[in-house]
Write a protein that binds this ligand. Sequence first.
Ligand code: GUN
Ligand code: ZN
Length: 440
Amino acid sequence: MKTLLRGRVLSFHAEPKGIDDQQSYLYLEDGALLVENGKIIACDDFEALIRQHKSDLDDLTLIDHRPHLLMPGFIDPHLHFPQVQVIASWGAQLLDWLNNYTFPQEALYEDPSHSKAMAKAFFDELIRHGTTSAVAYCSVHRQSAEAFFTEASARNMRMIGGKVMMDRNAPDSVLDTPRSGYDDSKALIDAWHGKGRNLYAITPRFAITSTPEQLEATGQLVKDHPDCHIQTHLSENMDEIAFTKSLYPDAKDYLGIYEDYGLLSEKILLGHCIHLEPREIEVLADTDARPVFCPTSNLFLGSGLFNDAGLREKGITNAIATDIGGGTSYSMLQTLNEGYKILQLRGQKLDPLRAFYWITKGNAEALGLQSQIGTLEEGSEADIVVLDSASTPAMALRMQKAEKLSEELFILQIMGDDRAIAETYVAGVPQKSKLQGMDA
Ligand code: GUN
Ligand code: ZN
């Protein structure tokens, strides 16, 4: 059985060089996507596709999304699954926020039934906000990662996740040991990495919560599983950096710690990377490590202003993400909105073409998954978001004056949220309209 989705089609094939770079994308005013077995098998003008498939039209389910925009599902490469009830916790910067709010909530994920219920809620939110792939930290408990991958599998989503490894500077209820962190991570890799659409990320939380022994064991895991991603945090907050340096006095700098344990390559995602020293920037470039910009979190926790252009000019590939629950919205559109403002304060510009490239193909490239997700090209996995640019009265009013595609995209970038997501397809199957209480 094939499905034909009709609408305005937009997919990027290269990073836009500016707001007028029409070479960087495919835009079809009356386009269509032909989907079969979870993959996009054709992307073309509607009339052309209908002509080509005249003989098997009876076999086609046609879904007409006009006048909405069809784009690849959004990719959120840094967020914390056990922080769904931490989001919007008042009045603290990073270290107090972790101790006062985050660790106590993460402790609850020892209970498999809590993990299971929260995994369901977490994935519902991703779908509601048009996010079809994500890279998530689970809690320290193996059962939280089991719940994460079980739910991702039930929904057939391309998901990357990992059990956090942390063996000091937190309550006992959220600590493992170098041995158990290694063994549990390995067991999870064996059970889930490459199973269905799941991938595993080796996940040392950050240097403050890992002893040298644990980072040694992490390095071994990375060596044993070179095709797994790795995720951790780097240089988010000044007090964090000072504490980290006091714990690893022999390291050249913060990034030097991860470097010393063999963690750096194009597989590592480094959350935040705000307050970097020149040597650290050189090492990021040399190792092809991937910084992840988390705008709503960086503003909410008062962490600082990410220097996107400064890293890009060194050839570094930056990703962009929500960082729930330090981040304040599941919406990648709202993430772009706040990202635009942070870069304004830096004297930099986030134009709408690059913004939408970033949360689709750009993030896919940062993950090395560009041949599977992030585009609507033939052969891609059929994760698709349907965008309604006039989803609120204020947006509809503003849209009356939009003359160009880039203007429409900027309205979505600044004003859009979950209401702008008319539908979310995962592997070719509509998911958002299935959610209870859904009004799209
Ligand atoms: N650094 C270490 N853990 C965390 C976390 O959970 N959130 C954020 N924003 N930074 C961290
Ligand atoms: Zn984080």
